[in-house]
Write a protein that binds this ligand. Structure first.
Ligand SMILES: C[S@@+](CC[C@H](N)C(=O)[O-])C[C@H]1O[C@@H](n2cnc3c(N)ncnc32)[C@H](O)[C@@H]1O
Length: 391
Protein backbone atom coordinates (compact mmCIF):
# COMPACT_ATOMS: atom_id res chain seq x y z
CA UNK A 1 0.00 0.00 0.00
CA UNK A 2 2.74 2.37 1.04
CA UNK A 3 4.61 1.79 -2.20
CA UNK A 4 1.47 2.34 -4.28
CA UNK A 5 0.68 5.73 -2.76
CA UNK A 6 4.36 6.73 -3.00
CA UNK A 7 4.45 5.91 -6.69
CA UNK A 8 1.18 7.76 -7.25
CA UNK A 9 2.51 10.89 -5.65
CA UNK A 10 5.74 10.55 -7.65
CA UNK A 11 3.74 10.48 -10.89
CA UNK A 12 1.75 13.45 -9.66
CA UNK A 13 4.90 15.39 -8.82
CA UNK A 14 6.30 14.60 -12.27
CA UNK A 15 3.13 15.92 -13.93
CA UNK A 16 3.35 19.14 -11.96
CA UNK A 17 7.09 19.56 -12.68
CA UNK A 18 6.36 19.01 -16.36
CA UNK A 19 3.85 21.89 -16.30
CA UNK A 20 6.67 24.20 -15.16
CA UNK A 21 8.65 23.39 -18.29
CA UNK A 22 5.93 24.59 -20.70
CA UNK A 23 5.61 28.02 -22.29
CA UNK A 24 2.16 29.19 -21.15
CA UNK A 25 2.30 32.59 -22.81
CA UNK A 26 2.14 30.89 -26.20
CA UNK A 27 2.45 34.19 -27.99
CA UNK A 28 3.42 32.70 -31.34
CA UNK A 29 1.09 29.71 -31.23
CA UNK A 30 -1.09 28.93 -34.24
CA UNK A 31 -4.58 29.13 -32.73
CA UNK A 32 -6.65 28.62 -35.88
CA UNK A 33 -5.76 25.12 -37.05
CA UNK A 34 -8.44 22.55 -37.95
CA UNK A 35 -11.88 23.93 -36.91
CA UNK A 36 -10.66 26.36 -34.22
CA UNK A 37 -11.00 29.45 -36.43
CA UNK A 38 -14.62 28.88 -37.47
CA UNK A 39 -16.32 31.66 -35.55
CA UNK A 40 -15.25 34.58 -33.37
CA UNK A 41 -16.03 34.02 -29.69
CA UNK A 42 -15.04 36.51 -27.02
CA UNK A 43 -12.50 35.19 -24.52
CA UNK A 44 -11.77 31.85 -26.16
CA UNK A 45 -8.75 30.13 -24.76
CA UNK A 46 -6.02 29.11 -27.07
CA UNK A 47 -6.15 25.41 -28.04
CA UNK A 48 -2.66 24.66 -26.80
CA UNK A 49 -3.83 25.20 -23.19
CA UNK A 50 -6.44 22.42 -23.08
CA UNK A 51 -4.17 20.32 -25.31
CA UNK A 52 -1.30 20.39 -22.77
CA UNK A 53 -3.63 19.80 -19.83
CA UNK A 54 -5.71 17.01 -21.37
CA UNK A 55 -2.56 15.23 -22.56
CA UNK A 56 -1.02 15.36 -19.09
CA UNK A 57 -4.01 14.73 -16.82
CA UNK A 58 -6.05 12.17 -18.74
CA UNK A 59 -5.67 8.98 -20.75
CA UNK A 60 -7.01 7.91 -24.15
CA UNK A 61 -10.79 7.11 -24.01
CA UNK A 62 -11.23 9.00 -20.73
CA UNK A 63 -14.29 11.22 -20.33
CA UNK A 64 -13.50 14.95 -20.19
CA UNK A 65 -15.88 17.70 -19.08
CA UNK A 66 -15.86 21.37 -20.00
CA UNK A 67 -18.78 22.89 -18.09
CA UNK A 68 -18.13 26.41 -19.47
CA UNK A 69 -17.60 25.13 -23.00
CA UNK A 70 -17.87 28.40 -24.97
CA UNK A 71 -16.92 27.80 -28.60
CA UNK A 72 -15.79 24.22 -27.94
CA UNK A 73 -12.00 24.52 -27.82
CA UNK A 74 -11.74 21.77 -25.18
CA UNK A 75 -14.00 19.46 -27.19
CA UNK A 76 -12.06 19.92 -30.42
CA UNK A 77 -8.81 19.12 -28.61
CA UNK A 78 -10.41 16.14 -26.84
CA UNK A 79 -11.51 14.73 -30.19
CA UNK A 80 -8.03 15.22 -31.61
CA UNK A 81 -6.46 13.54 -28.57
CA UNK A 82 -8.84 10.53 -28.53
CA UNK A 83 -10.75 11.47 -25.38
CA UNK A 84 -14.55 11.40 -25.06
CA UNK A 85 -16.02 14.67 -23.91
CA UNK A 86 -19.08 16.46 -22.56
CA UNK A 87 -19.48 20.19 -23.18
CA UNK A 88 -22.01 22.34 -21.33
CA UNK A 89 -22.89 25.95 -22.02
CA UNK A 90 -25.92 28.06 -21.30
CA UNK A 91 -25.40 30.01 -24.51
CA UNK A 92 -27.19 28.35 -27.47
CA UNK A 93 -24.82 30.07 -29.92
CA UNK A 94 -21.83 28.49 -28.12
CA UNK A 95 -23.51 25.08 -28.46
CA UNK A 96 -24.17 25.53 -32.17
CA UNK A 97 -20.60 26.65 -32.93
CA UNK A 98 -19.14 23.81 -30.83
CA UNK A 99 -21.38 21.20 -32.45
CA UNK A 100 -20.27 22.27 -35.92
CA UNK A 101 -16.59 22.32 -34.92
CA UNK A 102 -16.64 18.70 -33.70
CA UNK A 103 -18.99 17.14 -36.27
CA UNK A 104 -16.91 15.52 -39.01
CA UNK A 105 -18.43 16.27 -42.42
CA UNK A 106 -17.17 13.89 -45.07
CA UNK A 107 -16.04 14.89 -48.56
CA UNK A 108 -19.47 14.14 -50.07
CA UNK A 109 -21.15 16.41 -47.48
CA UNK A 110 -18.62 19.16 -48.14
CA UNK A 111 -19.29 18.85 -51.86
CA UNK A 112 -22.99 19.30 -51.08
CA UNK A 113 -22.17 22.37 -49.03
CA UNK A 114 -20.38 23.92 -52.04
CA UNK A 115 -23.26 23.02 -54.35
CA UNK A 116 -25.79 24.64 -52.03
CA UNK A 117 -23.71 27.83 -51.96
CA UNK A 118 -23.46 27.85 -55.75
CA UNK A 119 -27.23 27.37 -55.99
CA UNK A 120 -27.80 30.64 -54.11
CA UNK A 121 -25.84 32.72 -56.58
CA UNK A 122 -28.58 33.15 -59.15
CA UNK A 123 -31.03 34.50 -56.58
CA UNK A 124 -28.41 36.83 -55.18
CA UNK A 125 -27.54 38.23 -58.61
CA UNK A 126 -31.22 38.67 -59.46
CA UNK A 127 -31.80 40.54 -56.23
CA UNK A 128 -28.71 42.67 -56.76
CA UNK A 129 -29.93 43.93 -60.11
CA UNK A 130 -33.47 44.29 -58.74
CA UNK A 131 -32.20 46.23 -55.70
CA UNK A 132 -30.11 48.51 -57.87
CA UNK A 133 -33.04 49.31 -60.07
CA UNK A 134 -35.66 49.76 -57.44
CA UNK A 135 -36.45 51.68 -54.33
CA UNK A 136 -36.89 51.16 -50.61
CA UNK A 137 -40.35 49.65 -51.02
CA UNK A 138 -39.16 46.93 -53.35
CA UNK A 139 -36.23 46.05 -51.13
CA UNK A 140 -38.68 45.84 -48.28
CA UNK A 141 -40.64 43.16 -50.09
CA UNK A 142 -37.57 40.96 -50.06
CA UNK A 143 -36.73 41.67 -46.45
CA UNK A 144 -40.19 41.70 -44.95
CA UNK A 145 -40.80 38.01 -45.63
CA UNK A 146 -38.45 37.05 -42.88
CA UNK A 147 -39.17 37.08 -39.17
CA UNK A 148 -36.40 39.47 -38.29
CA UNK A 149 -35.70 41.11 -34.96
CA UNK A 150 -37.42 44.54 -34.74
CA UNK A 151 -34.07 46.32 -34.33
CA UNK A 152 -32.33 44.58 -37.18
CA UNK A 153 -32.62 47.54 -39.57
CA UNK A 154 -30.55 49.71 -37.26
CA UNK A 155 -27.69 47.28 -37.61
CA UNK A 156 -27.77 46.34 -41.30
CA UNK A 157 -28.17 48.36 -44.47
CA UNK A 158 -31.19 47.31 -46.55
CA UNK A 159 -29.02 46.04 -49.42
CA UNK A 160 -27.09 43.90 -46.98
CA UNK A 161 -30.31 42.62 -45.41
CA UNK A 162 -31.62 41.53 -48.81
CA UNK A 163 -28.62 39.24 -49.38
CA UNK A 164 -28.55 37.93 -45.82
CA UNK A 165 -32.24 37.04 -45.96
CA UNK A 166 -31.80 35.08 -49.19
CA UNK A 167 -28.85 33.16 -47.75
CA UNK A 168 -30.66 32.45 -44.49
CA UNK A 169 -33.85 31.24 -46.18
CA UNK A 170 -31.89 28.88 -48.40
CA UNK A 171 -30.01 27.49 -45.38
CA UNK A 172 -33.23 26.87 -43.46
CA UNK A 173 -34.61 24.90 -46.40
CA UNK A 174 -31.80 22.31 -46.08
CA UNK A 175 -32.97 19.02 -44.57
CA UNK A 176 -29.60 17.63 -43.53
CA UNK A 177 -29.19 19.06 -40.03
CA UNK A 178 -25.37 18.90 -39.95
CA UNK A 179 -25.04 20.72 -43.27
CA UNK A 180 -27.63 23.29 -42.20
CA UNK A 181 -25.80 23.98 -38.94
CA UNK A 182 -22.44 24.20 -40.74
CA UNK A 183 -23.82 26.89 -43.05
CA UNK A 184 -25.57 28.71 -40.19
CA UNK A 185 -22.23 29.03 -38.41
CA UNK A 186 -20.67 30.40 -41.61
CA UNK A 187 -23.49 32.93 -41.90
CA UNK A 188 -23.24 33.89 -38.24
CA UNK A 189 -19.46 34.31 -38.52
CA UNK A 190 -19.77 37.15 -41.06
CA UNK A 191 -22.73 39.01 -39.52
CA UNK A 192 -20.75 41.43 -37.47
CA UNK A 193 -18.34 42.34 -40.25
CA UNK A 194 -21.20 43.12 -42.69
CA UNK A 195 -23.23 45.07 -40.12
CA UNK A 196 -23.06 48.75 -39.24
CA UNK A 197 -21.00 47.94 -36.13
CA UNK A 198 -17.93 50.08 -35.55
CA UNK A 199 -15.53 47.14 -35.31
CA UNK A 200 -15.42 43.45 -36.00
CA UNK A 201 -14.94 42.35 -32.40
CA UNK A 202 -15.61 43.20 -28.76
CA UNK A 203 -17.88 46.06 -27.80
CA UNK A 204 -20.87 46.38 -30.14
CA UNK A 205 -21.55 49.97 -31.20
CA UNK A 206 -23.02 51.46 -34.35
CA UNK A 207 -20.44 53.16 -36.55
CA UNK A 208 -21.24 56.85 -36.80
CA UNK A 209 -20.07 56.93 -40.40
CA UNK A 210 -21.95 54.07 -41.97
CA UNK A 211 -19.97 52.38 -44.73
CA UNK A 212 -22.09 50.32 -47.12
CA UNK A 213 -20.82 46.76 -47.07
CA UNK A 214 -20.87 45.03 -50.44
CA UNK A 215 -20.58 41.50 -51.81
CA UNK A 216 -22.18 39.85 -48.80
CA UNK A 217 -22.72 36.58 -50.65
CA UNK A 218 -19.04 36.47 -51.65
CA UNK A 219 -18.04 37.03 -48.01
CA UNK A 220 -20.33 34.20 -46.98
CA UNK A 221 -18.82 31.87 -49.60
CA UNK A 222 -15.34 32.85 -48.44
CA UNK A 223 -16.28 31.88 -44.86
CA UNK A 224 -17.74 28.57 -46.07
CA UNK A 225 -14.59 27.72 -48.04
CA UNK A 226 -12.43 28.57 -45.04
CA UNK A 227 -14.55 26.22 -42.93
CA UNK A 228 -14.37 23.45 -45.56
CA UNK A 229 -10.56 23.61 -45.48
CA UNK A 230 -10.62 23.54 -41.67
CA UNK A 231 -12.89 20.48 -41.74
CA UNK A 232 -10.59 18.64 -44.17
CA UNK A 233 -7.71 19.25 -41.75
CA UNK A 234 -9.85 18.25 -38.73
CA UNK A 235 -10.94 15.02 -40.47
CA UNK A 236 -7.28 14.03 -40.86
CA UNK A 237 -6.31 14.57 -37.22
CA UNK A 238 -9.49 13.84 -35.24
CA UNK A 239 -10.47 10.50 -33.73
CA UNK A 240 -13.84 8.75 -33.46
CA UNK A 241 -14.30 9.57 -29.79
CA UNK A 242 -17.78 10.42 -28.45
CA UNK A 243 -18.83 14.01 -27.90
CA UNK A 244 -21.98 15.29 -26.19
CA UNK A 245 -23.12 18.88 -25.89
CA UNK A 246 -25.72 20.19 -23.45
CA UNK A 247 -27.24 23.65 -23.75
CA UNK A 248 -27.73 23.88 -20.01
CA UNK A 249 -26.81 25.75 -16.88
CA UNK A 250 -23.68 24.18 -15.38
CA UNK A 251 -24.95 24.89 -11.87
CA UNK A 252 -27.11 21.82 -12.37
CA UNK A 253 -25.42 18.96 -14.23
CA UNK A 254 -28.41 16.63 -13.74
CA UNK A 255 -27.50 14.66 -16.87
CA UNK A 256 -24.10 13.59 -15.43
CA UNK A 257 -23.89 10.87 -12.77
CA UNK A 258 -21.72 11.20 -9.66
CA UNK A 259 -18.01 10.41 -10.11
CA UNK A 260 -18.13 9.65 -13.83
CA UNK A 261 -15.83 12.35 -15.24
CA UNK A 262 -12.09 11.58 -15.55
CA UNK A 263 -10.85 15.14 -16.05
CA UNK A 264 -12.35 18.62 -16.05
CA UNK A 265 -10.75 21.34 -18.13
CA UNK A 266 -12.70 24.57 -18.04
CA UNK A 267 -12.56 28.32 -18.37
CA UNK A 268 -15.26 30.24 -16.50
CA UNK A 269 -16.54 33.59 -17.79
CA UNK A 270 -14.49 36.72 -17.35
CA UNK A 271 -16.53 38.50 -14.72
CA UNK A 272 -17.96 41.82 -15.95
CA UNK A 273 -15.51 41.90 -18.87
CA UNK A 274 -17.37 40.10 -21.67
CA UNK A 275 -21.16 40.52 -21.75
CA UNK A 276 -21.83 37.60 -24.11
CA UNK A 277 -25.52 38.21 -24.80
CA UNK A 278 -24.83 41.81 -25.76
CA UNK A 279 -21.67 41.27 -27.84
CA UNK A 280 -23.25 38.36 -29.70
CA UNK A 281 -26.72 39.81 -30.15
CA UNK A 282 -26.55 40.04 -33.95
CA UNK A 283 -25.91 36.31 -34.22
CA UNK A 284 -28.47 35.51 -31.51
CA UNK A 285 -31.13 37.54 -33.36
CA UNK A 286 -30.46 36.01 -36.75
CA UNK A 287 -30.46 32.49 -35.37
CA UNK A 288 -33.66 33.03 -33.40
CA UNK A 289 -32.14 32.79 -29.90
CA UNK A 290 -33.34 34.86 -26.97
CA UNK A 291 -30.72 37.45 -26.02
CA UNK A 292 -32.51 38.49 -22.83
CA UNK A 293 -33.08 34.97 -21.47
CA UNK A 294 -29.38 34.28 -21.96
CA UNK A 295 -28.37 37.54 -20.30
CA UNK A 296 -30.38 36.59 -17.21
CA UNK A 297 -28.75 33.19 -16.66
CA UNK A 298 -25.09 33.86 -17.38
CA UNK A 299 -22.64 33.62 -14.48
CA UNK A 300 -20.53 36.69 -14.76
CA UNK A 301 -20.68 37.13 -18.53
CA UNK A 302 -22.70 40.31 -18.21
CA UNK A 303 -22.15 44.04 -18.07
CA UNK A 304 -21.02 45.29 -14.70
CA UNK A 305 -23.89 45.89 -12.25
CA UNK A 306 -24.00 46.38 -8.51
CA UNK A 307 -24.65 42.66 -7.90
CA UNK A 308 -22.09 41.38 -10.46
CA UNK A 309 -19.44 40.10 -8.00
CA UNK A 310 -22.09 38.48 -5.78
CA UNK A 311 -23.74 36.73 -8.69
CA UNK A 312 -20.35 35.51 -9.89
CA UNK A 313 -19.27 34.25 -6.45
CA UNK A 314 -22.58 32.50 -5.76
CA UNK A 315 -22.72 31.02 -9.26
CA UNK A 316 -19.15 29.76 -9.16
CA UNK A 317 -19.67 28.22 -5.72
CA UNK A 318 -22.55 26.08 -7.04
CA UNK A 319 -20.70 25.28 -10.27
CA UNK A 320 -17.66 24.07 -8.27
CA UNK A 321 -19.87 21.84 -6.09
CA UNK A 322 -21.25 20.21 -9.24
CA UNK A 323 -17.75 19.78 -10.65
CA UNK A 324 -16.65 18.06 -7.44
CA UNK A 325 -19.72 15.77 -7.50
CA UNK A 326 -19.21 14.50 -11.06
CA UNK A 327 -15.41 14.11 -10.96
CA UNK A 328 -13.98 10.67 -10.09
CA UNK A 329 -12.13 10.72 -6.74
CA UNK A 330 -8.36 11.32 -7.02
CA UNK A 331 -8.77 12.75 -10.52
CA UNK A 332 -7.89 16.24 -11.67
CA UNK A 333 -9.60 19.46 -12.63
CA UNK A 334 -7.94 22.46 -14.30
CA UNK A 335 -9.55 25.88 -14.21
CA UNK A 336 -8.34 28.80 -16.30
CA UNK A 337 -9.34 31.99 -14.57
CA UNK A 338 -8.72 35.63 -15.43
CA UNK A 339 -8.61 38.47 -12.92
CA UNK A 340 -10.50 41.50 -14.22
CA UNK A 341 -10.27 45.19 -13.38
CA UNK A 342 -13.34 46.01 -11.34
CA UNK A 343 -13.99 49.55 -10.09
CA UNK A 344 -10.35 50.50 -10.64
CA UNK A 345 -8.90 47.46 -8.86
CA UNK A 346 -7.77 44.01 -9.95
CA UNK A 347 -10.24 41.49 -8.54
CA UNK A 348 -8.35 38.34 -7.44
CA UNK A 349 -10.78 35.69 -8.71
CA UNK A 350 -7.97 33.12 -8.60
CA UNK A 351 -7.78 33.55 -4.81
CA UNK A 352 -11.54 33.24 -4.56
CA UNK A 353 -11.63 30.00 -6.59
CA UNK A 354 -8.72 28.54 -4.60
CA UNK A 355 -10.49 29.24 -1.30
CA UNK A 356 -13.84 27.88 -2.50
CA UNK A 357 -12.21 24.80 -4.00
CA UNK A 358 -10.42 24.01 -0.74
CA UNK A 359 -13.58 24.60 1.31
CA UNK A 360 -15.54 22.06 -0.70
CA UNK A 361 -12.80 19.43 -0.60
CA UNK A 362 -10.52 19.85 -3.61
CA UNK A 363 -6.75 19.77 -3.07
CA UNK A 364 -5.03 22.68 -4.81
CA UNK A 365 -1.87 21.24 -6.39
CA UNK A 366 -0.62 24.17 -8.39
CA UNK A 367 -1.27 27.65 -9.67
CA UNK A 368 0.42 28.72 -12.90
CA UNK A 369 0.49 32.38 -13.83
CA UNK A 370 0.28 32.96 -17.56
CA UNK A 371 2.37 36.09 -17.10
CA UNK A 372 2.02 39.10 -19.30
CA UNK A 373 0.00 37.41 -21.99
CA UNK A 374 -1.69 39.47 -24.67
CA UNK A 375 -5.17 40.17 -23.33
CA UNK A 376 -8.03 40.14 -25.82
CA UNK A 377 -10.31 42.62 -24.17
CA UNK A 378 -7.82 44.84 -22.37
CA UNK A 379 -9.78 44.37 -19.14
CA UNK A 380 -8.09 41.21 -17.93
CA UNK A 381 -4.93 41.93 -16.03
CA UNK A 382 -3.76 38.46 -15.10
CA UNK A 383 -4.65 34.89 -15.96
CA UNK A 384 -4.03 31.71 -13.97
CA UNK A 385 -4.28 27.98 -14.47
CA UNK A 386 -5.35 26.22 -11.28
CA UNK A 387 -4.67 22.50 -10.93
CA UNK A 388 -7.05 20.83 -8.46
CA UNK A 389 -7.48 17.24 -7.36
CA UNK A 390 -10.67 15.62 -6.10
CA UNK A 391 -9.89 14.30 -2.63
C1 LIG B 1 -14.61 32.23 -21.05
S1 LIG B 1 -15.95 31.49 -21.90
C2 LIG B 1 -15.33 29.91 -22.34
C3 LIG B 1 -14.55 29.99 -23.62
C4 LIG B 1 -14.05 28.66 -24.10
N1 LIG B 1 -12.94 28.20 -23.29
C5 LIG B 1 -13.61 28.75 -25.56
O1 LIG B 1 -12.44 28.48 -25.85
O2 LIG B 1 -14.43 29.15 -26.39
C6 LIG B 1 -17.09 31.17 -20.61
C7 LIG B 1 -18.41 30.54 -21.03
O3 LIG B 1 -19.20 30.32 -19.87
C8 LIG B 1 -20.55 30.32 -20.30
N2 LIG B 1 -21.43 30.42 -19.13
C9 LIG B 1 -21.71 31.49 -18.36
N3 LIG B 1 -22.58 31.17 -17.40
C10 LIG B 1 -22.87 29.85 -17.56
C11 LIG B 1 -23.72 28.94 -16.85
N4 LIG B 1 -24.46 29.33 -15.83
N5 LIG B 1 -23.76 27.65 -17.28
C12 LIG B 1 -23.02 27.25 -18.35
N6 LIG B 1 -22.24 28.08 -19.06
C13 LIG B 1 -22.15 29.36 -18.66
C14 LIG B 1 -20.62 31.50 -21.26
O4 LIG B 1 -21.73 31.37 -22.13
C15 LIG B 1 -19.27 31.37 -21.99
O5 LIG B 1 -19.44 30.67 -23.18
Amino acid sequence: MRLKSDSRSRIEIEKIIYLNTLDWELQKANTRYATHGYHPYSAKYIPQIPNYLISKFSEKNDLILDNFMGSGTTLVESKILGRNAIGVDINPLACLISKVKITNLQKSDLKNVSMICASMKEDILAVRSHVNLTNHENRNKIIIDDSLHPNIRKWFHEDVLCELVIIKKRIYSIENRDIRDFLLVALSSILRSVSNAASGFGNLMINKQIILKKKIYEKFVFAVNYMINGMLEFNKISTKSNMKIFNHDCRSLVFINDETIDFICTHPPYMAAVPYAEYQKLSLWWLGFDQYALEKDLIGGQRSRADTPDRFFRGMHIALMEMKRVLVKKKYCCIIIGNPMYHGKVLALNDFIIKEAKDIGFIVLKQISRGKYKSTMGKMKEEFILVLKNE
